[in-house]
Design a protein around this ligand. Structure first.
Ligand code: FNR
Length: 183
């Protein structure tokens, strides 16, 4: 049966390079996989008063976020690096999704990648994710590592990934994710 992958971007802005990379995944998917783009713009800041022990209080966008992640057998996170670390918006979404024994993140295979307009970005963000994956017992596909640097040269004006070397790496990463899911 078809493997459903949830893809989530660490940037909410319209012209986001990371969202461009996320939207380019579709064309690079291995056979037997489909992609669901997860939007979370309307997820509020985490507030434990609206969370467990009574999950029925969770804001509607949080419920939707968790459902979309739960429907996926694997997750792809495409995120920028902010101040050498994880952008708050995506960390916030992950925190909401992480709570409870029914968390849709627990033990789930995950592939992480990032885009920076500069030369050296995203590796520190990726390292900052390691303890998060560890705490949630997630299964990261570590290799190949994907940092897309000098972003403006890697996408065409419509936002499609045009860099062949990056495409090859992304395909490999998604194949790794598929293998991880299939065990
Ligand atoms: C950045 N940026 C950045 N880039 C990087 O490579 N390393 C970093 O540590 C940071 N830090 C940082 C902090 C904050 C608050 C902002 C707003 C930006 C630049 C960042 O990579 C750039 O804005 C990207 O274009 C963001 O990704 P999207 O929105 O294009 O996907």
């Amino acid at each position: 049966s078809i493997i459903n992958i949830a893809a989530i971007s660490g940037s909410l802005r319209k012209g986001s390079y990371n969202t461009m990379l996320m939207n380019s995944l579709e064309d690079l998917l291995p056979e037997g996989m489909k992609l669901t783009i997860v939007k979370y713009d309307d997820v509020p800041m985490y507030n434990a008063d609206l969370d467990l022990p009574d999950a029925t209080q969770r804001p509607e966008p949080v419920v939707k976020l968790r459902e979309q992640l739960a429907a996926a057998q694997g997750i792809v996170i495409v995120s920028p690096e902010y101040n050498y670390s994880i952008p708050g918006v995506i960390k916030n979404a992950i925190d909401w999704a992480s709570r409870g024994e029914d968390s849709p993140l627990l033990k789930k295979p995950v592939a992480l990648m990032g885009v920076t307009p500069y030369t050296w970005g995203t590796t520190r963000m990726q390292v900052a994710f390691h303890p998060v994956f560890e705490f949630l017992n997630m299964k990261p596909v570590y290799k190949p590592e994907i940092t897309v640097a000098q972003a403006k040269d890697k996408f065409d004006p419509s936002g499609k990934l045009i860099d062949e070397a990056t495409k090859k790496l992304v395909r490999k990463k998604l194949e790794g994710l598929k293998e991880m899911i299939q065990g």
